[in-house]
Design a protein around this ligand. Structure first.
Ligand code: FAD
Length: 309
């Protein structure tokens, strides 16, 4: 099977989730990798063994990326095209699938060989069940959840640049200026450590403990939906079904009950620590370590212990 991996890039670096796709592709067959414009980022992907073609469009917009990728897919004819499940991946994959009259499976967590093709696995109903999907047709598109595959080891790859001029009529949106939103600065999907506060933090003042612990661990602050609704953190911090799907090495949930809509967003975490005063809280069902106690007592003790090491 010929698999094309889209290396999404951001300010000279490949997005972590797109590097993980290289591992998924390698398990399925022949791997092609393609990036748009960003040669520096492509070189970082090539250091992990990828053979990356950089399409030179002269434009950065998603319209330009779609047009350039469409041309490249028609030329190379992969059977499967993989995107990371980021905002950009979720934008490009269905647009391209539509242009090829093909299926697009989103939020995939595993891909398995099945006969001549593949089966996609993805969580449904807020993560309570896993569904398996197969799509027929000469080419298929999928977006994959970050953290579903390991990043490849260092290996020799290559970068090749290719002109991919985009017709003016393909550029429907014109980028006039790019404002850096707070949302962009909160990289929950790429974080190794996330400390999340829930309603159990009590108030905005209490939530500051979460920020302090995250800062001490060099981590990123997450929040449950009620914590966002209370205004203790901006929406960019929301973890869960209607927020970000995360896969850190360490996830610390403070005053979070473990509702299905929250837990479905953290199942890719490698190690989960939960602090909750209710020993029957369902967050303890999925935690590797559970601490029963008041967050206002436990978090300061934890911080003291960390500082002493
Ligand atoms: P609660 O459920 O109220 O839990 C607070 C916990 O804190 C309790 O377990 C309590 O024992 C504990 N606690 C209280 N005081 C202390 C203390 N002093 N010390 C220690 N522990 C204490 N939620 C999300 O988080 N993310 C989503 O993306 C999301 N999407 C949703 C989508 C839909 C369609 C729907 C219907 C809901 C969604 N929700 C989401 C909401 C979700 O159902 C829960 O309501 C929410 O996750 C609960 O947040 P919480 O754990 O902070 O609050």
């Amino acid at each position: 099977m010929k698999v094309l991996v889209y290396i999404e890039t951001k300010e000279g670096s490949p997005v972590q989730g797109s590097l993980e796709l290289l591992t998924a592709a390698k398990e399925l067959g022949e791997t092609l990798a393609v990036a748009v414009e960003d040669k520096d980022a492509a070189e970082k992907a090539a250091a992990l063994g990828a053979k990356v073609t950089v399409l030179k469009t002269g434009h950065a917009s998603e319209d330009a990326q779609t047009a350039a990728l469409e041309g490249y897919i028609r030329e190379t004819q992969p059977e499967l095209v993989l995107f990371s499940g980021t905002q950009i991946g979720k934008d490009l994959a269905p647009r391209l699938a539509q242009r090829f009259g093909a299926g697009c499976v989103t939020d995939v967590t595993a891909i398995e060989k099945a006969g001549e093709g593949v089966e996609f696995v993805r969580p449904a109903y807020g993560g309570t069940v896993l569904e398996r999907l197969a799509v027929s047709g000469p080419v298929q598109f999928a977006t994959v959840r970050s953290g579903s595959f390991a990043k490849p080891e260092a290996a020799e790859g290559s970068v090749e640049e290719k002109d991919a001029p985009v017709a003016a009529e393909a550029l429907k949106a014109k980028v006039i200026d790019a404002a850096k939103e707070i949302a962009e600065a909160v990289d929950l999907e790429g974080a190794d450590v996330i400390v999340t506060g829930g309603r159990g933090m009590g108030d905005a003042e209490g939530f500051k403990l979460v920020e302090e612990l995250a800062a001490l661990l060099g981590g990123v602050v997450g929040a449950s939906r009620p914590a966002i609704e209370e205004g203790w953190a901006s929406r960019a911090h929301q973890v869960g079904q209607s927020g970000k799907i995360v896969a850190p090495k360490l996830y610390i949930a403070c005053g979070v009950s473990g509702a299905m809509q929250h837990v479905s967003g953290i199942m890719g975490s490698k190690y989960i620590v939960a602090i909750n005063k209710d020993e029957a809280a369902s967050i303890f069902d999925i935690a590797d370590v559970g601490i029963v106690g008041d967050v206002k007592e436990i978090i300061p003790l934890l911080m003291e212990e960390i500082k002493n090491r």
